[in-house]
Design a protein around this ligand. Structure first.
Ligand SMILES: [Zn+2]
Length: 419
């Protein structure tokens, strides 16, 4: 057992070494850079004090004591962002799993009870071995509405548009980074649940905006999606699983300047095309998935749509009109898990019709911009050194995001946890 003094010295050493680690200087040489939007060939990238300080097309002088990493044949990307997760009661482990797979930020879309307190503490700590996070905290739903049927701690609900401002103010006071609203009766999955009326939806979106927050809406159908967009929602937390889509849907979304997190991993499962088994069959992903999550990857969904042709058509049309499409997984829903499924989601976005570069934008600069995370999502001077180095060129083949060489969070080299 350590004496109290030895413990103090040990603690000082631990803090000291962590500080040194985060302040270490690093040069990645001769690397292809995907900067969050475009490809830059043969760059040298300098990182100091956890921040990207230079991205140069000429050879940089290596500062004394700096670590040099050879980027030849490799691509440097911004750390990936998962725009739709739900952290579990093992939130710290979830965040370690995400980071080990190159996901440096996750956006939590509903938290309540003691778990929410843990999540807020993890959000503030922003530890070097865990993905960073933002959270919706407690979302808005009506009494008996989704997700109250799933159990979990009791949460305040809203049933009258007159209460919208008070509801939103209370959420912001608790710590919500954005306001999540459920506008879905889950009718496709069985007996419909109570659902919010349009006036309350509009009231909540307006209240969020009045308080300077974004409103993100969970929808399950095209009709619900259109109502949410018309209500002024900043974004949709899901697209819909459908064999067809209205020809003006993408125009409506584009006209309102909204973003969409399709969560194709879930939509395809609802169309009878689950993808969790394929993710777990990939030896570049599976070893990094914690044991408790592995069996969840093949839990089947009830099929609610004959095909996802309409879902894919909507994605192609939105991309063509410049609607920000964001990569999100809805982990830990059946068939989806932290980190691994974001690589799967990018593959599905490409299968739906995005280019690999558009799929990478969906997991980097687009979510950073959509959620106002101005310090990340791109490889540019002054931004957090949340970075992913992979072998090969994922802008040519999206599967190369899985060939991870290194992950850095705020300039600290991540020791990737295998299970
Ligand atoms: Zn969700």
């Amino acid at each position: 057992m350590r004496s109290p003094v030895a413990s103090l010295i040990f603690l000082a050493f631990a803090i000291g070494s962590r500080a040194t680690e985060s302040q270490s200087t690093l040069v990645i040489q001769n690397v292809r850079v995907f900067d969050g939007e475009h490809v830059l060939d043969r760059r040298d990238v300098l990182i100091s004090n956890g921040v990207i300080s230079e991205v140069s097309s000429s050879r940089l002088t290596v500062p004394r004591g700096a670590t040099v990493v050879d980027g030849t044949g490799r691509t440097l990307l911004p750390g990936l962002i998962d725009s739709h997760v739900h952290l579990s009661d093992s939130a710290a482990a979830d965040l370690r799993q995400a980071l080990s797979l190159g996901v440096t930020t996750v956006l939590d879309m509903w938290s309540a009870g003691p778990r929410y307190e843990v999540i807020k503490a993890l959000r503030s700590a922003d530890a070097p071995d865990m993905a960073a996070l933002r959270t919706a905290g407690i979302g808005a739903t009506v009494p008996g509405g989704h997700p109250t049927q799933m159990g979990g701690p009791p949460t305040p609900t809203i049933s009258d548009s007159a209460d919208a401002d008070a509801f939103v103010s209370a959420r912001i006071a608790e710590g919500s980074d954005y306001i999540k609203i459920v506008f879905d009766d889950l009718a496709g999955l069985g007996r419909p649940l109570p659902m919010m009326d349009r006036r309350t939806l509009i009231g909540l979106v307006s209240a969020a905006h009045k308080h300077g927050k974004r409103a993100v809406v969970h929808v399950g159908t095209e009709a619900q999606a259109r109502t949410a967009i018309e209500a002024g929602a900043d974004g949709l937390a899901h697209l819909f699983a459908a064999p067809s889509v209205g020809s003006d849907f993408a125009d409506v979304v584009a006209r309102h300047g909204a973003f969409v997190v399709p969560t194709l991993t879930i939509m395809y499962a609802l169309c009878g095309q689950p993808s969790g088994a394929a993710v777990m069959a990939d030896s570049l992903l599976a070893p990094f998935v914690r044991l408790p999550y592995r069996s969840r990857m093949t839990i089947p969904w009830k099929q609610t749509a004959a095909s996802c042709d309409g879902t894919n058509e909507a994605i192609r049309a939105m991309a063509a009109r410049g609607v920000p499409v964001l990569a999100g997984t809805d982990s830990p829903a059946p068939g989806a898990t932290y980190g691994a499924s974001l690589h799967g989601e990018m593959e599905l976005l490409v299968r739906a019709g995005l280019t690999p570069t558009q799929a990478l934008v969906a997991a980097t600069s687009a979510p950073a911009r959509a959620f106002g995370l101005d310090d990340r999502g791109r490889v540019a001077p002054g931004l957090r050194a949340d970075l992913l180095l992979v072998d090969g060129d994922p802008t040519a083949d999206i599967l190369y995001t899985r060939r991870i060489v290194r992950v850095w969070k705020r300039g600290v080299d991540v020791r990737r946890a295998r299970y």
